[in-house]
Design a binder for this molecule. Structure first.
Ligand code: ACO
Length: 335
């Protein structure tokens, strides 16, 4: 048995900054409401024709590969987590294989929304643990801005989400006291529709009917979120799954050096911080600048924390996510 270790990290966000004031020009909202409820000050949106989920993922991956000091052909497997693929099918994993001109390794797409990167790390970790692969590229990337409702009708969702991508190279680690110590994953599908985008759901809806109906009041093309219900579930599940990960390794909250929660809402992160008795320095947040970038949020935050020298060798780093599905999970890492 081996462990897996993160040996390279990278992120990419589009240059286009959209502030709360920018949004208040197109919908009935304001900076104070958004900051008070979510902590978000601004987010990035792609510019039409410049970037896509796949292209941002590739940009983040190139940085991660370079920092890992490996060649692209050392990559044995690709995992791509997103809820906003460029095409309905195929998923962006295979496009990364082609765009980076990597040999014909396997490429897997993960559809677990905000927990997507945590699920992706868990999959990569199992392949490395068993010895099947040595280096796995894991990407989380999202373009939300092209699919949001920029009218007052959509304000409860649209102000929260932003675009961006992050990537990590996981590599074989012989010392099993180092690297990823555990991953824990969960789901509760009875709440699938509380945070969802129903259309185009080709398993249930005939595309020809949708085109014929062409109903402008049909909101199934926009993400729907039961915000307060999501909030209440998030704070419980974040706490549970962090505790589950700590206990599985004989650790407690006192052992945490840095918690990087999925950047869902600053209030959720603050709730979890308080629950675990962590200081501001022990929790990394960047939702203020990027909004909620779903599968990209943890790899962007992890990369920024690492770039800012907030992660040192030997530190206990905890990643945790909760989101649509509902799905949630944690990753405990000895850096
Ligand atoms: N600007 C101004 N007013 C708004 C806005 C907005 N952007 N959005 C909603 N409102 C209004 C509502 O219409 C409502 O008005 P009403 O009382 O006249 O009907 C009022 O503000 C309160 O709306 P609520 O939805 O009850 O507001 P709440 O305090 O619950 O905050 C929020 C909404 C921020 C979405 C909150 O519920 C939340 O953070 N939930 C968790 C959501 C989350 O984190 N999602 C992401 C996690 S999962 C993932 O990452 C996929």
């Amino acid at each position: 048995m081996y462990n897996s270790k993160i040996i390279g990290l990278g992120y990419f966000v589009p240059e286009n900054v959209v502030t709360n004031d920018d949004l208040s020009k197109v919908m009935d909202t304001d900076d104070e409401w958004i900051q008070e409820r979510t902590g978000i000050k601004e987010r990035r949106h792609v510019i039409k024709g410049e970037d896509t989920t796949m292209s941002m993922g590739v940009k983040a991956a190139k940085i991660a590969i370079e920092r890992a000091g490996i060649d692209k052909d050392d990559i044995d497997f690709i995992v791509f987590a997103t809820l906003s693929p460029d095409y309905y099918f195929p998923g962006p994993g295979v496009m990364v294989q082609s765009d980076l001109d990597i040999k014909t390794v396997g490429a897997l797409d993960v559809r677990n929304q905000c927990s997507g990167f945590v699920y992706g790390l868990s999959v990569a970790d199992q392949y490395i643990k068993t010895g099947m692969y040595k280096n796995v590229l894991v990407i989380g990337s999202e373009v939300h801005s092209t699919g949001l409702d920029f009218t007052t009708r959509g304000r409860g969702v649209t102000v929260i989400f932003g675009d961006g991508a992050g990537a990590a190279i996981l590599s074989r680690e012989e010392d099993t006291t180092n690297g990823i110590l555990s991953t824990h994953l969960h789901s509760e599908g009875q709440h699938a529709e509380e945070l969802s985008l129903i259309a185009p759901g080709m398993g249930t809806r005939w595309v020809t009917d949708i085109i014929k109906e062409n109903d402008p009041s049909d909101v199934s093309y926009y993400p729907h979120m039961n915000g307060q219900f999501v909030f209440k579930n998030a704070v419980v599940r974040f706490s549970e799954v962090i505790m589950e990960g700590l206990m599985a390794n004989g650790l407690t909250n006192k052992d945490i050096d840095l918690l990087i929660p999925h950047q869902a809402n600053l209030r959720i992160s603050q709730f979890v911080q308080k629950k675990f008795g962590l200081s501001d320095k022990q929790v990394f947040n960047n939702i203020m600048r990027y909004g909620n970038t779903t599968a990209a949020s943890i790899p962007i935050a992890l990369t920024e924390a690492w770039e800012q020298g907030k992660i040192k060798q030997g530190d206990l780093v905890v990643l945790a996510a909760f989101g649509s599905g509902f799905t949630w999970g944690s990753v405990i890492i000895r850096w």
